[in-house]
Design a protein around this ligand. Structure first.
Ligand SMILES: [Zn+2]
Length: 53
């Protein structure tokens, strides 16, 4: 069972990426340094849940 998460830039809050993760194997908050097109720079992106329905 996999859930979909968005990865939002911590600088501007814009959700730039979408990822899936398995809750059973990954319980910690996911964060990764990725390029943000809005900031035009590499910033930390943190997971935020996408509300379904
Ligand atoms: Zn940004």
């Amino acid at each position: 069972m996999r859930d979909i998460f968005k990865l939002s830039c911590v600088q501007c809050g814009r959700p730039n990426y979408v990822t899936t993760k398995n809750k059973r194997t990954m319980s910690e908050k996911f964060e990764i340094k990725k390029h943000c097109p809005a900031c035009n720079a590499h910033h930390i992106h943190k997971e935020g849940k996408i509300s379904k329905g």
